[in-house]
Each structure stands twice: as structure tokens, then as C-alpha cells.
Design a protein around this ligand. Structure first.
Ligand code: F6R
Length: 600
């Protein structure tokens, strides 16, 4: 939520800030802005709308000679998307800053500042933070920042400039991510790694309760007692290419097509010829229950994980949305384990759920895509997905890798229930999974055709049972978030308990059938909607004949039934993509959304 970039070096700062903001735009695109040091002053340019609009506005502004600045792309929380509420915000005379997060006590701070005669011009919590720092400034930026954050409640990553220090960026964070990129005669701050990849792969992770002071030649970290902090310089595993569209029309399409590779990478990271997770520190001997907590698509992966783990390992699994889990006072036993799944590793509710579990002495495992993210650092153990940078706001490849990790986890936890030969056969199946994913990608044409048939439908339904219902939850979310078509996913047997009244002549219903033990039952449910006029598309195996009651069929092939839901997702991602694209939507940046939801 909100992207921050900062640059100090020898190059023209506005250009680098704009390029960085383009890479971070997936974090929010309600407005964009930059501030640079120029002619002994700090010049701000900002606008409602996307980074392209900022770039246009900048054409008329002279920032010549500026080599240091900060930038921001916003997902609005406090105050509507508007020019005035856009970042950077000025504190008055000396301080200019960009912010990701929420200052929860900004009303009290605003009142306190009003008593000093300071009045904000915007409706944002961020301007209050800028004014607070301004009010405390005594010539020592680091001391001032520590003093200000001791009065601020909530979450923040701040990139701050002081007019007195035109070539320096100051940074601080609490519960919102921030990294420091380290280049040759240039350094950066950024919310995420893709923004710095064109310039450097070297970076520091910022920790809480420290202030970074960044000039073109030096990065220094200081604690609140003024002591210097030594940190490890890290190297990003991702390359620049992986954060580019590479000829695809949208990042989403590119990321869907990357799935054979990223799934193969994820599997090979944790599988050798005879075993899974051999080098993993996680203790797979679980004697209690498993709780899986996550948000959005990651929660849908969790639902599938529950099916897989309960089937293969017979360990009871509860799945709870993280924003509910954290406030439900969950009944956790010391032998239970909490698994948190997150692409970004920065989702506020998921992090809070992990912190709650840890506070009760419960073991936690993070399944996470972003190296060094907060979840990766705070969970007791971590299993990484190897999806690489995911730029499209709607997840595809990261979600798929999550389902694959859960399938491996289910296998590993169920290992003692299997003969060695069966276990080895399952490992073989895993090894072939990415070939089946490649084959599923060949369904692109048929998915495009089906999408064009249903382009104008304003309501669509997804039905399935068990593991197939889990596929439906994700497929339905994918469709609605990028196409703005109303869609619902239903356990196939549940539809007639009310929702079937929404089915009218021509309503598209997508039925998923990969669990052979339930196909007969799902077919009955398909017939119920088909007889009421639904235009049913069935996603199932070649040998299942649905021609009498389904208008269309998407044929999938999978290496074993419990991996079939992973495959069934692929055509439904493509279907959602082509509907959104066919409707002329901004597929990679759907309205109102942001990737990485760092507020609750
Ligand atoms: C939907 C989507 C979201 C995320 C959710 C959790 O396409 O991407 O529903 O899955 O916001 O995000 P992470 O996985 O970063 O915790």
C-alpha cells in the first residue's frame, strides 16, 4: 500500500524517481508525486492519478541539476485521492516527506500542532507527521526523527528530506517495509526490491527503531542513542528482467506464463530424489492442529492446503482469514502450529495473526515470497515460494506457488502414512507438475474464445466440491477483481439453498470437477443450473462426458488427483484475464486495489 522511492547520487533525480515509481505503482495508484532538492530549495510536483500523469506534469517544471529526491505513489487511506492529498507533504519550511502506512493518533497530534499555530492544508495523516517533525526540528535530523516517532502511533515507512541537508535522505520505519539500495556513487530507498533493480542488486533491510542517513557515498544506520548500527549488505536474488513485461501485453499474462518455471523452481528448492524439505529447519512432527491464516488469494491457497493436508496427512486443519483470526481470541493449544501465507510478507493482518500466535507461545511457519520481508523475519520458520517479483496487483504465479508448497507440505506430513514406493511415486508426480502447467497454458485460445462469449455477462458463478470448490474461490476472486464482473463461488451442493434464484437464461456458470469421487454429485448440481438456463463451462478431464448439460468444456490433465486443482487454476486465470482485457480494463492495476496491504 503506497510505494516509496528515494534517490541520491549524480544522475538526474526526477527521471530515476519516475522510473522507480513506475515499478512501485502496483502498490497504489491514486496519486503520485516527487520532491527534489533544487537551487537551495525543495521543489515538489504531485498530482492525482497515475505516474504517467505525474510524468506529463513534470515536463513543465524545471528541476535542472537535481540529484537527490523522494517519490511516492499512493493508495489513499486518509483523505480522498486529490492533488492536495498527494505525497510528498511539506511540514512547513524545512521538512518534506513521503509515507507508507497510517499514523493512528494523527488527530491528537493535529490538535497539539494547532496549539502551536500549525495548520495542515490536506486531510492526510502524513502531513501531520511532516509538521510534527518540522515542529521538533532543531538542526539535528536524526535526533528530531527519533523524537517525532516516539510520539507517533501506527505504521509508517518514511522517506524524509531536510532543506538544510539537500543531498541527504533520511529514512525510518515501523510495521511498513523499506529497503536501502546501495549503488556506485548513488544510493536509494524503496518500498520493494523491483524499484532498485535497474541500478543495483545490493541492499540493506531496514529494521525498526533505527534511522538511516543516506548520501550518494554513504549509508549509515543509527539507533535512538546515537550509536552506529552495522548491518549485513544483501544481494537480491531477483533480476531486472523478472520485473519487466518482456513483450507481454500485461504483467498478469507474463506472470501466468512464468508459472511452469516458478513452480519448477519452488519444487526443486525443497525436493531431492527421495525427500522433501530435507534442509528445512521446520519440525514436521505435528501433534496438535494446524491453523492456516492469510488474506485474499493466499487464504484461498490455504483452503486448498487444508484439503490436501487433511487428505494425505489426516491432521486437522482450520483456515481462518487473518483479519478475523487476530480478533477471534483463537483457542490455541501448545502443540498446535500456525501457518501464515503471504506473497508480500507485509500484509498487516497476517503479521498481526503471527504475532498473536507467537505471544501465546505457538509455533509459527511463514510461507512467503519476498525474501527478508517482515513475515519471513518474524515467523519461527520460513518456506519461501520462488515466484520471483509479482507486479500485477492480482496474484497468479505467487498464489500457484503457494498451492504447490502446500501440496509438498501435505505430502511431507503424510509421509509416514505411505509406503516408500507410494511416496516416491508422488515425488515423481511433483517433478512433472510444471510440464502439465505448460500444457495447461496451451488452453489460452479456448479461454480467450470463451471469454469473448461471456464478455458482456454481469454475473458469473463458479461451482465445485471439496478441492474444486477451493479452486472456484480463487477463480471467482480473479474474475471480479480485474474484470469488475460480479461473481460468486459456491460449494456446488450449496447453490440451491438460495443463490440458484440468481441463475437466469444465459448466466455463465463455471463448474470445476477434478475430484473423481465427487464428480457424480457435481454433475447433479450442474444439471440443476443447466435446466434453469445456465450456460455451463466445465473444467474437467478428457474422459468425463459433459456434452449433454454443459455448453463448453475445458479439458485439463494432471499428474495425480490432488495436484489437479493446481492445474485447474490455469485456464481460469486465463479466462479472467481475457474477460478483463476484452472489457478494456487496466488489468495490472484494477481500480481501488493495491498490492501489499500494509494497513488493516
Ligand atoms: C488477489 C490478491 C490478494 C492477496 C492478499 C494477500 O489477487 O493478490 O487477495 O492475495 O492481499 O496478500 P499477500 O499474499 O501479500 O499477503
Amino acid at each position: 500500500m503506497c510505494g516509496i522511492i528515494g534517490y541520491t547520487g549524480e544522475k538526474y533525480a526526477p527521471e530515476i524517481l519516475i522510473q522507480g515509481l513506475k515499478k512501485l505503482e502496483y502498490r497504489g495508484y491514486d496519486s503520485a508525486g516527487i520532491a527534489v532538492s533544487c537551487n537551495d530549495d525543495t521543489v515538489i510536483c504531485k498530482t492525482q492519478g497515475k505516474v504517467d500523469m505525474l510524468e506529463k506534469k513534470l515536463e513543465n517544471i524545471n528541476m535542472r541539476g537535481s540529484v537527490c529526491g523522494i517519490g511516492h505513489t499512493r493508495w489513499a487511506t486518509h483523505g480522498e485521492p486529490s492533488d492536495i492529498n498527494s505525497h510528498p507533504h511539506s511540514g512547513g519550511k524545512n521538512v518534506t516527506l513521503v509515507h507508507n502506512g497510517i499514523i493512528e493518533n494523527y488527530i491528537e497530534l493535529k490538535q497539539m500542532l494547532a496549539e502551536k499555530g500549525m495548520t495542515p492544508v490536506s486531510e492526510t495523516d502524513t502531513e501531520i507527521a511532516a509538521m510534527l517533525i518540522e515542529s521538533l526540528y532543531d538542526g539535528d535530523p536524526v535526533k528530531t526523527i527519533f523524537s517525532a516517532i516516539s510520539q507517533m502511533h501506527g505504521s509508517f515507512a518514511l522517506g524524509i528530506m531536510f532543506r538544510d541537508f539537500p543531498d541527504t535522505i533520511f529514512a525510518v520505519r515501523r510495521d511498513s517495509p523499506l529497503i536501502i539500495g546501495v549503488g556506485e556513487n548513488e544510493n536509494f530507498i524503496a518500498s520493494d526490491i523491483p524499484a532498485i533493480l535497474p541500478y543495483t542488486k545490493k541492499y540493506y533491510l531496514m529494521d525498526e527503531n533505527e534511522v538511516a542517513v543516506i548520501t550518494k557515498s554513504q549509508v549509515a544506520f543509527t539507533d535512538e542513542n546515537g550509536r552506529n548500527i552495522q548491518k549485513k549488505l544483501l544481494t537480491a536474488a531477483w533480476d531486472e528482467q523478472s520485473a519487466q513485461k518482456s513483450g507481454y501485453k500485461h504483467f498478469m499474462l507474463k506472470e501466468i506464463h512464468e508459472q511452469p518455471k516458478v513452480v519448477a523452481d519452488t519444487i526443486s528448492a525443497y525436493k531431492n530424489k527421495t525427500e522433501l524439505f530435507e534442509d528445512c529447519s521446520f519440525d514436521f512432527d505435528i501433534t496438535g492442529r494446524i491453523y492456516i491464516t492469510a488474506c485474499g488469494s493466499a487464504m484461498h491457497a490455504a483452503l486448498l492446503g487444508k484439503q490436501m493436508i487433511e487428505k494425505l496427512a489426516r491432521i486437522p486443519v482450520s483456515v481462518e482469514i487473518a483479519s478475523e483470526f487476530r480478533y477471534n481470541d483463537p483457542i490455541l493449544d501448545k502443540d498446535d502450529i500456525v501457518i501464515a501465507i503471504s506473497q508480500s510478507g507485509e500484509t498487516a493482518d497476517t503479521l498481526a495473526a503471527v504475532r498473536l500466535a507467537k505471544s501465546k507461545g505457538i509455533r509459527t511457519l511463514g510461507i512467503v515470497n519476498v525474501w527478508g520481508s517482515t513475515l519471513a523475519r518474524e515467523a519461527d520458520d520460513v518456506i519461501y515460494t520462488y515466484a520471483g517479483p509479482e507486479i500485477c496487483v492480482a496474484t497468479t504465479k505467487a498464489y500457484l506457488c503457494q498451492t504447490v508448497v502446500l501440496a509438498m507440505l501435505a505430502l511431507r506430513l503424510g509421509r509416514h502414512k505411505m509406503e516408500d514406493s507410494q511416496y516416491c511415486a508422488e515425488l515423481e508426480r511433483l517433478s512433472s507438475l510444471s510440464d502439465y502447467i505448460s500444457k495447461a497454458l496451451e488452453l489460452d485460445d479456448i479461454c480467450r474464445q470463451l471469454a469473448s462469449k461471456n464478455l458482456k455477462a454481469e454475473h458469473q458463478f463458479y461451482i465445485g466440491r471439496g478441492q474444486d470448490y477451493c479452486v472456484c474461490t480463487e477463480a471467482s476472486l480473479k474474475l471480479k477483481e480485474i474484470s469488475y464482473v460480479h461473481s460468486e463461488s459456491y460449494a456446488a451442493g450449496e447453490l440451491k439453498h438460495g443463490t440458484i434464484s440468481l441463475i437466469v437464461d444465459g448466466t455463465p456458470v463455471i463448474a470445476v470437477m477434478t475430484d473423481r469421487s465427487r464428480i457424480a454429485k457435481t454433475i447433479s448440481n450442474i444439471k440443476e443450473v443447466a435446466s434453469r438456463g445456465a450456460a455451463v463451462i466445465c473444467v474437467t478431464y478428457d474422459d468425463i462426458d459433459v456434452s449433454d448439460f454443459c455448453r463448453d468444456k475445458i479439458v485439463i490433465d494432471a499428474p495425480g488427483e490432488y495436484l489437479a486443482p493446481v492445474i485447474a487454476n490455469i485456464p481460469l486465470q486465463l479466462y479472467a484475464y481475457h474477460i478483463a482485457d476484452g472489457r478494456g480494463n487496466d488489468v495490472d492495476k484494477p481500480r481501488n486495489l493495491a498490492k501489499s496491504v500494509t494497513v488493516e
